[in-house]
Design a binder for this molecule. Structure first.
Ligand code: COI
Length: 355
């Protein structure tokens, strides 16, 4: 990671950090002092700048508001036990947002500038990074179309923005999932692998219906047969059956290529666990749940980290689990949080110090 060469910095005169109660941080509602902004016009990104966090003025015909050319990332910065700010796998996020950009017909953002922007922003906002393990500075890079036009076409102007929120845990309890058999999140050939805003918008209605039935989230099934588990929408999903860790394969383009998912797989391999990336059907999950072979179910995501699942409902069937007995999920959570705080060795070279 290199120091900023290309980014101008306009600092606030007084930080708001003293107003934050670090013992009670609401997820996603507290914002730091600065943000990074860049503009795309005439075929090029320019005007890379860090400026005070503030509202934008948006034209009512803003094309992203109408047709959804909007993509984002979720990443985290933490503090080491010695108080040094650290980013987690920033280059993976730079690559993933560009993969989303290509799918949504948006311009790729230069990965070196992405790295510089993160580095400079986190350096500037380091007093906002919560010290408690499991809390973090959540970083939200995103790109939106900015054309003022209501014809359906690829925009010619964009903004790339990065802002930060100090956060505690996203889920504070174990989750009840509904395996969805009427609505879909993503079909082959769609945008499931991209972190596109519309993927989340489309999930809200079925998620609200599931919440009305007492569930916390949806376990999405494939769009063709409603048979194979995909993801939970806010995170990827893992199952432990008969001491084997199984997670849906991501090669058909319907599932987000989670960076936490990838990290957990690498930790499991390093620790000698048996891990299978393959299609896993809801019948296999329910059967394993009923015959006592389903030992753990947990989600994995940047915001969620590792989130235990305690129940899955599928049609008229239901399985209950006891997360108090889980062994792999807490080990993974402890390992990833330990690497993020430098309490544990980082054999993978995932953390990037901001010094
Ligand atoms: C994340 O885990 O960072 C996400 O983007 C999921 C959700 C908060 C939208």
């Amino acid at each position: 990671m290199i120091a900023a060469k290309n980014i101008s910095v306009n600092k606030v005169s007084i930080s708001k950090v003293s107003e934050l109660d670090f013992d009670n941080i609401p997820f996603g509602k507290a914002f730091t002092d600065h943000m990074f902004v860049a503009d795309y016009k005439d075929g090029a990104w320019s005007d890379f700048r860090i400026e005070p966090f503030a509202h934008f003025s948006i034209h009512p015909a803003n094309i992203a508001w109408h047709y959804g050319q909007a993509i984002f990332e979720g990443m985290k910065a933490t503090k080491s036990t010695e108080g040094i700010p650290m980013l987690f796998r920033p280059e993976m996020h730079g690559k993933r947002i560009n993969k989303s950009a290509v799918r949504m017909c948006m311009p790729e953002f230069p990965e070196d500038i992405f790295g510089e922007a993160l580095y400079e922003l986190v350096k500037l906002e380091q007093n906002w990074i919560p010290k408690k393990e499991g809390s973090a500075l959540y970083i939200r890079p995103y790109m939106v179309a900015m054309d003022e036009f209501i014809g359906v076409q690829v925009a010619k102007s964009y903004k790339f923005i990065i802002f930060c929120c100090p956060v505690g845990p996203y889920y504070s309890k174990s989750l009840k999932l509904k395996a969805e058999t009427e609505y879909i999140r993503a079909a082959k050939g769609g945008t499931g692998f991209a972190k596109a805003a519309g993927n989340y918008g489309g999930s809200l209605y079925p998620t609200e219906l599931a919440k009305n039935e007492g569930y916390d989230q949806i376990l999405w099934l494939d769009a063709k047969e409603f048979k194979y588990a995909q993801e939970v929408g806010t995170m990827n999903i893992f199952f432990v059956i008969d001491n084997k860790v199984i997670t849906p394969a991501i090669d058909d383009g319907t599932i987000l290529e989670g960076i936490t998912r990838d990290s957990l797989i690498k930790i499991l391999i390093e620790k000698g666990h048996h891990i299978e990336e393959r299609p896993i059907s809801i019948e296999e999950i329910m059967e394993a749940g009923h015959n006592g072979k389903l030992q753990e179910v947990f989600g994995a995501g940047t915001a969620a980290v590792v989130a235990n699942v305690k129940e899955i409902g599928y049609q008229n069937d239901n399985i209950r689990l006891n997360p108090d007995n889980y062994q792999i999920a807490p080990m993974l959570k402890d390992t990833i949080n330990g690497i993020r705080s430098n309490r544990l060795k980082d054999p993978f070279g995932w953390t990037v110090k901001v010094v």
